[in-house]
Design a protein around this ligand. Structure first.
Ligand code: FES
Length: 160
């Protein structure tokens, strides 16, 4: 009895001769290759980049309307001024610096939630800092960013 499995052919040569020049795999090689291919496919799926940052309808926010942004580290989820329907948020990263972040999870497109001073995706548990950097949980990239322009005199933040 042979322990070779030749895909698409009988396990033994009908003439009973040795398989000359065949490139069949034995059972162990077949299983190893199959498992490696499945593992590679799984890992590729985990590492697949999520959706790109959707475009945002440009908007100018009056920061006085968002008390959470008065202090560094504060986060405001923006639910107006965006006709595209894409969830996003603004975080204050410094005295005069802000980031505008897409809340579409870069892993598989879940809607990321604010935890007050950080973010979490409830779908698979990815965690992000207040500036959108991935910090733990489900491996993925950081949150997508939009362009911001802060006008300290006017107290506005233009986001596009
Ligand atoms: S969709 Fe998987 S962690 Fe967000």
């Amino acid at each position: 009895m042979t322990d070779h499995v030749i895909l698409g052919q009988p396990a033994t040569d009908p003439a009973g001769a040795a398989c000359r020049g065949c490139h069949g795999l034995d059972r162990r090689e077949f299983l190893e290759r199959t498992l490696l291919a499945a593992a590679a496919g799984f890992l590729a799926g985990c590492a697949t980049a999520g959706p790109t940052v959707a475009s945002l309808t440009p908007v100018t926010l009056h920061l006085a309307n968002y008390p959470a942004l008065a202090n560094v580290g504060g986060i405001a989820v923006i639910d107006n001024g965006n006709s595209s329907g894409v969830p996003w948020a603004v975080a204050r990263t410094g005295a005069a610096t802000f980031v505008a972040l897409s809340l579409v999870c870069p892993h598989r497109g879940g809607t990321v939630q604010s935890l007050g001073t950080s973010f979490m995706c409830p779908v698979h548990g990815a965690l992000f800092s207040s500036n959108g950097t991935w910090t733990g949980g489900q491996p993925t990239s950081s949150l997508g960013r939009y362009t911001v322009q802060y006008d300290a005199v006017a107290g506005t933040l233009a986001v596009s």
